[in-house]
Structures are given as C-alpha cells and as structure tokens.
Design a protein around this ligand. Structure first.
Ligand code: SF4
Length: 204
C-alpha cells in the first residue's frame, strides 16, 4: 500500500474505477460509431435507426415504437426516417401490420449500409479476442447486472436483456447451460445471455 492512499481494491474506490472505466469504454464506443456514421454521411440518429431496422422484427419498426426504444422523441425519429427515405436507404410501407401506422424497412442499399456500420465494433472485438471465455462470461454477467439495476432506477428506459425479460428462467438446468428462454425454448449458458433481443418482453 502506498502511504496516504486507501488500500487498492477497497470497494468504493474499486467501484469508482469501474464506473470511470465504463465511462471511457462508452466514450470510445461513441467515437468509433461517429467515425463510421461520418464515413457514410449519416447522423448518429440515422445510424441508430438503420441498426434497429437491421435487427428488429416488422412489428417493432414503427416510428412511435422506435422512438421509445431509442429513448428519442417522435419528431426526431420521424425526421431521421424521412432523411433515410430521401437517401434511398429506407422505405415506408403503406400501413403497419396493425393497420395504424406505416412500418419502416431497409432497402437493399440500406441493408448494405447497416452491415457496413457494424465496423464500429472492430476495435472492441479485437481487444476482446485474446481474453478467455470464462473471463468474458463473468464480465457479461456483471454488465447485465449493472444494466438491470440502471433500468430499475430509470436511468435506462429500455433494456432488452435476458435478465430483464419475462421469458428468462434462471438456473433451471444442470450443466453448462443452466438458464432457459421460455419463448425460444432453448437452454442458455452465461455466455449466451442476450443484451439486445428483439423478442424481449419486459418482466413484470
Ligand atoms: S426472449 Fe430473448 S431476451 Fe427473453 S429470455 Fe429469450 S432470448 Fe432472452
């Protein structure tokens, strides 16, 4: 221990360092994503929208639902969608499956752009490549627990993680995949837990 300093690993200081590390990682993610969005002549909101449309099922591809899920206002998402339509990356259907409002779909050019935007993850994937699977599973579990807590506190409005999903059953199997998804009817290991599942339903 260095004289005058609290012991390394004491909990509050360690927690503070973890929060600082999360902030740095979040900032790095924003920088990397911004680089990719600029390269494609898009705004961050337009890029977020393309990314959602790439993975979300058709019933979720309405401006009102997308606005809620992205924590943005309806006009902001509507403006971004209109810009993407003008760029030929998105098209609006006449009506949504419920007959009320149009859904948004990627055009083939939009699909290509959405795929290319995923390159923002490259530096992070390279940083993780050499780490062991158990280390990554523990880290995923820790991050999911933090996300779950932040959602309970209202800091995160929408978290589509397994651990906040009504279909998640924890520790119901023996063996390496102890958890279960009651919707997909599949066992889940700690490393299989999803962070952004399009089928997620918020637990009561
Ligand atoms: S529906 Fe998706 S989020 Fe919910 S438990 Fe199944 S895999 Fe996880």
């Amino acid at each position: 221990m260095v004289s005058g300093h609290p012991p390394l690993g004491a909990r509050p200081e360690l927690d503070a360092r973890l929060v600082a590390a999360l902030e740095r990682v979040g900032q790095a993610a924003r920088v990397s994503l911004r680089r990719e969005t600029r390269r494609h002549g898009l705004t961050p909101t337009q890029a977020q929208l393309l990314s959602r449309l790439r993975t979300d099922p058709p019933r979720h591809r309405r401006v009102d639902i997308l606005a809620t899920r992205l924590d943005l206002t309806h006009p902001t998402v509507s403006d971004a969608a209109s810009a993407l339509v003008r760029k030929g990356l998105v098209r609006r259907s006449r009506k949504g499956p419920d007959g009320r409002s149009p859904t948004l779909d990627l055009t083939p050019a939009g699909e290509r752009t959405a795929d290319e935007l995923e390159a923002w993850q490259g530096p992070f994937l390279r940083a993780l490549a050499a780490r062991s699977a158990p280390e990554k599973q523990r880290t995923l579990g820790l991050l999911l627990a933090v996300i779950e807590h932040l959602q309970r506190e209202g800091v995160i409005t929408v978290a589509r993680t397994c651990t906040t999903c009504r279909f998640f059953r924890r520790d119901v199997h023996a063996g390496p995949r102890p958890h279960h998804c009651a919707l997909l009817e599949v066992p889940l290991g700690d490393g299989d837990l999803r962070v952004d599942c399009p089928e997620h339903r918020r637990a009561a």
